[in-house]
Write a protein that binds this ligand. Structure first.
Ligand SMILES: [Fe+2]
Length: 347
């Protein structure tokens, strides 16, 4: 029953706490509805209690909402996806392609309508706050005190400023191993989250939790590739790191998608070690993008085959232990890393 309530989005609003103790969470991104999607079989086999769809869940790329709905319907018709829906709730945010336009931001003309189409597909009820406020961000909490997991899905599209273009010659970018579409712009007027979402996030981070999973549809820590990332907006990224410190939000781990390969990045620029576990994509993979520079890569490899992310939480000790696994099409573990929540707090 709880599963059904969550799937319908009627439980787990920020002010409510689901009693479910989370031990296995799967997540993924970048699923082309035009392609076969065999990876759902492996996701179901991993028995997640929750699946987080963190963006590019379809390749909508349209201002025509009938086309958008039809593309969501293609995802909904995939047998493996239908099987997943029978076994666990799916919580979703979006990235550019399901928002409606490649690398899109605040200027996308159909964002109001696209938000409702997206929330319809994920069966978010009419009285949800997500139906009434601009943007699809939301937060949920699971488990009793001592086993509390907070899930925060950010919206990086609805309010986002334009990233600055990289105009350097292609040869120079190649020499530096950059994909090279964008460059960092520290202009404080640029935003990723927008004022309302920043204020909302601050309140969420003040809520008590033993572990926090924050989904950012594009990468947070790996900012050098020249792809869309928080690295294009260094002032906003600094603000996010500082907010985690000022709110005292311990136990934070980020997950991301978008880039068509999987890796874990780590930084010491936050109040404590911060990790960004990128899993992309469920169908789309790019060895070329995986080869681009990332001086903060913490995983042994960047995995450029279809994959999903698996988060396993061990509650048996005094403090939770999180294992991050990139899982491939045959159920293979491409890489894994373990982090203790006791290390994810200010020294
Ligand atoms: Fe994307």
């Amino acid at each position: 029953m709880l599963t059904c309530m969550l799937a319908a989005g009627s439980a787990g609003r920020a002010e409510e706490v689901s009693p479910m103790v989370l031990e296995t969470i799967a997540f993924g991104s970048c699923a082309s509805q035009n392609k076969p999607q065999p990876i759902w079989d492996e996701i179901v086999r991993a028995k997640p209690q929750l699946f987080l769809a963190i963006g590019d869940n379809i390749y909508g790329d349209t201002t025509d909402m009938e086309v958008m709905k039809a593309k969501y319907a293609e995802l909904g018709a995939k047998p493996g996806y239908q099987e997943l829906l029978k076994t666990c709730p799916v919580l979703a945010t979006w990235d550019d392609h399901d928002y409606g336009v490649n690398d899109g931001g605040a200027g996308y003309t159909r964002k109001v309508e696209s938000q409702q189409v997206m929330l319809d597909f994920y069966k978010v009820p009419a009285d949800s706050a997500r139906r009434k406020r601009p943007g699809v961000y939301e937060s949920w909490r699971f488990g009793p005190d001592g086993k509390r997991v907070q899930i925060i899905l950010l919206d990086l599209r609805y309010f986002r400023s334009r990233a600055a273009k990289d105009s350097r010659p292609a040869e120079e970018k190649k020499r530096q191993n950059l994909v090279g579409w964008y460059v960092p712009d520290p202009d404080p007027k640029l935003t990723v989250l927008g004022d309302a979402q920043w204020a909302w996030l601050e309140e969420q981070l003040k809520l008590p939790a033993d572990l926090r999973i924050i989904a950012s549809s594009f990468q947070l820590i790996a900012g050098e590739k020249g792809m869309e990332s928080w690295g294009c907006f260094p002032t906003e990224r600094r603000r996010l790191y500082d907010l985690i410190g000022s709110t005292g939000a311990a136990g934070t781990v980020f997950i991301s998608g978008d880039v068509h390969f999987s890796e874990i990045s780590k930084t010491d620029e936050g109040p404590y070690p911060l990790y960004d576990f990128t899993s992309s994509g469920l169908t789309n993979s790019s060895p070329v993008w995986a080869a681009a520079v990332n001086p903060r890569r913490a995983s042994p490899i960047a995995y450029a085959e279809p994959n999903f992310g698996l988060l396993k939480i061990d509650w048996s000790g005094p403090s939770p232990v999180l294992t991050m696994e990139a899982r491939g099409l045959t159920g293979n573990t491409a890489f894994s890393m373990t982090v203790k929540a006791s290390d994810l707090k200010k020294p």
